[in-house]
Design a protein around this ligand. Structure first.
Ligand code: AMP
Ligand code: MG
Length: 415
């Protein structure tokens, strides 16, 4: 058996980044930049007003002038080429271009206007309330390095500099197949001794959430030929993810079939609970994972090894979940020769975190995963511990029911 760290390293050592492809900007959401992205435009494109107010010469304010003549009114979107002369002002709206001659905007709240005469009640510093051309971005500035995740802010930024399409890393194509003669497809009735196939659903979701493209190949019964047929078809993809049939049972054919089909084994067996009989190998650039069939084991193997690999294939630098140290809210059970990945829920405790496990932790109890927003990893050979003992918890996607105590944000009396 190898350790979790060794397994992660062995998998990542086989990852080859996928090529880039161009997609319409909205389709780039959730994908990784396929190359370093350089701004073709500057932002702002022109000097403009940051406030509704009056544009004047700052030097005249400094010299003590408080009365100006309003010469023109400039709404956002209108380009005015009239030069503002000495003693002149332009009434200007937020985002409107500054006309030539002026360099400072006095907010409307600090002024009064009667007819064409503007009175400044409170002067501002020269240059204030003006957004200068290119102060945010110059032409040629790098917006993102290759591999950056393109979220809402990123595609907004790309839109702001004129991108309609953008280069993103191709999505890894992941063939998903379930093995087990006991498995029944969704919708079909259960005969005695049969169970429903849930792994194809959990792994489909995990693959999609990792920015990859799941391809469902169905169920192979525990039969050598059928397993061979499906795994052979799966090998045409970037990644093969089979569940079940990889342990030491009489009908566990996955490893044998992988070998027959030319998969070079990198490891089988990780000192992790759940997720011990994980088989990993490669064939012609394809990563081939045989994860154990127990539903939690399959999901945990995905989290620990497959998700980082899928992100790395997209060039993403952020391969791992963020993690925190959290204090156990209950006694911590000892571990034996394997590290244990316990499904847990995090709770705010003052400025830190506490965690509770999500009920019985058997590797077939999918509910323990559904209830979890974190995975606590307790090292191998860890003695029993008291409540308060701190463990590393990797954060899965989640949300809090309690409003965060945003500092100062509740002090208006209106809450
Ligand atoms: P295996 O790894 O094939 O020995 O399977 C271990 C356990 O996981 C057995 O109880 C299987 O019935 C169960 N199992 C295997 N595949 C699936 C699946 N696709 N969905 C739900 N349970 C499964
Ligand atoms: Mg099986």
């Amino acid at each position: 058996m190898i350790t979790i760290h060794e397994a992660i390293d062995a998998v990542l050592a086989e990852v080859r980044p996928l090529p880039a492809e161009e997609v319409p900007l909205l389709e780039a959401l959730g994908r990784a930049a396929g190359e370093a992205i350089v701004s073709p435009e500057r932002v702002p494109a022109f000097d403009n007003s940051a406030m509704d107010g009056y544009a004047v010469r700052g030097a005249e304010l400094t010299a003590g002038r408080r009365e100006f003549r309003v010469e023109v009114e400039i709404p956002a979107g209108r380009w005015v080429d009239v030069r503002i002369g000495e003693g002149g002002a332009a009434k200007i709206m937020t985002g409107a271009p500054l006309p030539p001659g002026v360099d400072t905007v006095v907010p409307v709240e600090l002024t009064s206007q009667a007819g064409d005469t503007l009175t400044i009640n409170e002067p501002v510093e020269p240059g204030e309330n003006v957004r200068r051309a290119a102060e945010d971005l110059a032409e040629g500035d790098v917006l993102f390095p290759r591999g950056a995740l393109l979220g809402p802010a990123e595609i907004g930024l790309l839109a702001s500099v004129g991108f309609e399409r953008v280069a993103v890393a191709r999505r890894p194509r992941v063939a998903i197949l379930a093995t087990g003669s006991e498995l029944v497809a969704a919708g079909a009735p259960l005969a005695p001794g049969q169970i429903r196939n849930s792994n194809s659903f959990t792994t489909y979701g995990q693959v999609l959430a990792a920015g990859a493209e799941p391809v469902l190949l169905g169920i192979a019964r525990d039969d050598l030929d059928e397993t061979r047929r499906l795994i052979a078809a799966a090998l045409a993809h970037d990644v093969v993810l089979s569940t079940g049939g990889v342990s030491v049972g009489e009908y566990d054919f996955v490893k044998q079939v992988q070998e027959e089909l030319g998969v070079e084994r990198r490891f089988w067996g990780v000192a992790a609970k759940p997720g011990k009989p994980l088989a990993f190998g490669v064939r012609e650039g394809a990563l081939v994972f045989g994860v154990p069939g127990n539903p939690v084991a399959a999901m945990v193997c995905f989290e620990l090894y497959i998700r980082p690999a899928l992100l790395a294939m997209q060039g993403r630098p952020d391969l791992y979940r963020p993690s925190v140290f959290a204090a156990a809210e209950e006694p911590v059970r000892l571990t034996k020769e394997r590290a244990e990945v316990r499904r847990c829920r995090l709770v705010h405790r003052g400025r830190g975190w506490g965690f509770t496990t999500t009920g019985p932790q058997g590797s077939g109890i999918l509910r323990s995963m559904a209830l979890a927003d974190g995975l606590a990893v307790v090292p191998a050979g860890h003695p029993a511990g008291e409540p308060g003992e701190e463990h590393l918890v990797a954060l899965l996607a989640g949300g809090a029911a309690e409003r965060p105590p945003y500092p100062g944000a509740g002090s208006s009396g209106q809450d």
